[in-house]
Design a protein around this ligand. Structure first.
Ligand SMILES: [Zn+2]
Length: 234
């Protein structure tokens, strides 16, 4: 053990590990993000509110049980830096770590206790091939470690890419969501509470599209969770 610690210390002198949020060097006991960032990153705390900006974008359209997001996205902020590291610097383990960190908060407050299946939203096969991994699946794996429920990454199939929503006018936001996803083996989900997992929620169109694929399953309940919510104020 002692030899390993010395080797780790030497390694961090040669290749210092950096906080993925603020880029400062990490101490030996810190992983992925420094303690300062851990405490100061902008948590949404949506699980403590009945109504909030994320639940409001789905109001009257998607009847989910919980609308959860770990952080509130700030342009050029630390959350954006972490998301960039996950997506473009192959830091999939950071997504897993954030899943564990968030689930730790939620489990303490007894949220997620009745979830049966964790379901990451799939990427389009072409995108998955290009990136090599699905960041939502890694975030889901982290959550699963804490709540000990299975991750189902195979029953939901993505047939089309969702169009970029940012350039669309407001009234077009909720169009073209039908037929993007297809649920195979719907019988597996009857009377289950499914936790849909996304990386970033912006307009909510992708979530709306998954609901179209799930809504006819008998007795299904759905909640959604993401790493960050980018409010439209940005
Ligand atoms: Zn930091």
């Amino acid at each position: 053990m002692k030899a390993m610690t010395i080797i780790n210390d030497l390694m961090s002198l040669i290749y210092p590990r950096h906080c993925e949020a603020c880029a400062e060097n990490l101490f030996r006991h810190e992983h992925f993000i420094c303690n300062y960032c851990k405490l100061s990153l902008p948590k949404s705390n949506y699980h403590q509110k009945r109504e909030h900006e994320l639940s409001l974008i789905f109001a009257g359209r998607v009847p989910f049980k919980n609308y959860l997001s770990f952080y509130v996205f700030e342009k050029s902020g630390k959350v954006q830096r972490m998301l960039h590291a996950i997506k473009y610097q192959n830091q999939k383990e950071l997504a897993e770590f954030l899943g564990e960190l968030y689930a730790e908060d939620l489990v303490k407050e007894n949220i997620l206790s009745d979830i049966d299946i964790i379901m990451p939203i799939p990427l389009h096969p072409k995108k998955l091939k290009a990136r090599g991994f699905n960041q939502s699946e890694w975030f889901a794996k982290g959550i699963a470690k804490l709540i000990l429920k299975p991750v189902n990454g195979f029953s939901l199939e993505r047939k089309k890419e969702t169009a970029t929503q940012t350039n669309k006018k407001k009234y077009q936001r909720w169009e073209n969501v039908d037929g993007i996803f297809n649920l195979k083996q719907p019988e597996l989900f009857a009377n289950k509470h499914v936790l849909l997992v996304d990386d970033v929620i912006t307009t909510g169109a992708t979530i709306e599209a998954t609901w179209q694929a799930l809504k006819d399953v008998e007795g299904i309940k759905v909640s959604v969770i993401s790493i960050a919510f980018a409010s439209r104020k940005i």
